[in-house]
Write a new protein. Sequence first.
Length: 268
Amino acid sequence: MDCLQAFILGLIQGLTEYLPVSSSGHLAIGAALFGLEDGESNLMFTVAVHVATVLSTFVILWKEIVWLFKGFFKFQMNDEMRYVINILISMIPIGIVGVFFKDYVEEVFGTGLLIVGCMLLLTATLLAFSYFSKPRQKETISKSDAFIIGLAQACAVMPGLSRSGSTIATGLLLGNKKESLAQFSFLMVIPPILGEALLDVLKFAKSGYESVAAGISPMALFVGFITAFVAGCFACRLMINIVKKGKLIYFAIYCAIVGVVTLIYSLI
């Protein structure tokens, strides 16, 4: 992977992590178009750009994060503590899947473009349902809703099934307000991504840098990281505004088109 490829893939990751179109699916498509083979060097790049987009969340939502930390360390049942509890509840499904079933899921379903195309079509369906559905609006995200939204996040380990699209669409179908869903969706993803990145870093440490980075230079890794971070800052702010305006149907159309094209490409 050279610096130009790292720049383009970092840009794809940064933009698609928050837009409901699946960053993992688009990274797989981009890698396939560049002719990059799956391997630990690509995994290292994927981890780096995912951490970069998480850091962009800290930049865009720093006020909300500081608010949560201040409230949490008061050690009393206030709004901030309830919010943190909901985030912790939402982490339960992805924690179970990530620790016990992720490798099994990838082994059974694979990570090729065929599954990416199918999951993009499923993302399109979820977004379309959430756009046309008009459930009764709730004032706050309940603990049960947080768990169900967490289940949607756990299902998004499938490449091509958008994490933000699944969680936001599920929340909308449950009747939660658009204004609070995007923020909750982006905050709830921080611990799982950082946790997964930590496990991968430990894996890299055991294998040694030379063995896992044979296909990518430190400069290319740096370019991808910075590009993903800057693009993530832009996409995070943009997505919050899009969700508030309820314009998810356009992403459903986009995912449907890309999903069909990806399926055709994988079968040729």
